[in-house]
Write a protein that binds this ligand. Sequence first.
Ligand code: KG4
Ligand code: ZN
Length: 333
Amino acid sequence: MIVLGVESSCDETGLALYDTERGLLAHALHSQIAMHQEYGGVVPELASRDHIRRTLPLLHQVISEAQIQKQDIDAIAYTQGPGLAGALLVGASFACGLGMALDKPILGVHHLEGHLLSPLLASQPPEFPFIALLVSGGHTQLMRVDGVGQYQLLGETLDDAAGEAFDKSAKLLGLSYPGGPAISKLAESGDPAIHQFPRPMLHSKDFNFSFSGLKTAVLTAVKKYPPDMSESDKANVARGFVDAIVDVLVAKCVTAMKQSGLKRLVIAGGVGANRQLRLALNAAAAKKRFQVFYPELEFCTDNGAMIAFAGAMRLKKNPTLATRDFAFNVRPR
Ligand code: KG4
Ligand code: ZN
């Protein structure tokens, strides 16, 4: 079965073809980062318009890369939500129109399920069950995953998501959008002894997170410097921030591993690309004797491959999920 995946929930247009027998056949991505950069964040209306421009050329690209015909597609999976309503509507209506034209069924996929299952696209995928830390721009969740569709939420952020904390703190330091990779890079040259920022909820007895206080601590620190803050002062703040957020994420993962007794931890979502987080998790895993799995770097952030894959896994379990009732519906929240 060949599933086309269409991702358009935010600022990347991603299309991919996943074959349940041969694996990932092709994937193509257009990132809108450069377009949104001058506004310091994603402009929803511009995002929607750009998705419209990109989707069809990306479809042609994956079809040609996979060396198949459009008619070889068995089903079309699109991101149904969460995300920006207008952006989601582009992917959903595209999937719907293509499904009608080709007479192929369509299926809405939860964006977070895409992220959650993305590590299974790696060459050495984890087996079920595992604990998953999902850290993206919009979500921070710890989950127990027993199989496709068998997810138990252990805890989540009570305010900002981890990626949001990275982006907002980076903005306070004058770094451009998206700030996650930029603040992480800057932190590498920072002195860890200068700023000891709070580690919110580090010792709470649950698996919830809270990052808005950390962002406020960064703001308070930045305000103590003159407006033309030096690069090394910025690097020290960045380092303090990254150390704090990584400490909290790692500590909650370690507790979840201990309490569940499971031996596999999976990291998914854009922040999963973070170098400091990966190094700290690898060290904790070696010490506590569990394994950590990451998606390929290109599948950490939004992409079509994870949507094609999640759709294919869902359909493998229950082929009736795909429908020729082309009344599509998006769920921004
Ligand atoms: O999963 P994703 O592409 O989109 C959402 O579904 O939200 O995640 C985007 C988030 C952004 O906040 C971005 O700054 C963050 O992931 N991110 C990073 C890194 N790469 C992306 N944060 C820290 N370090 C990185 N290397
Ligand atoms: Zn995402």
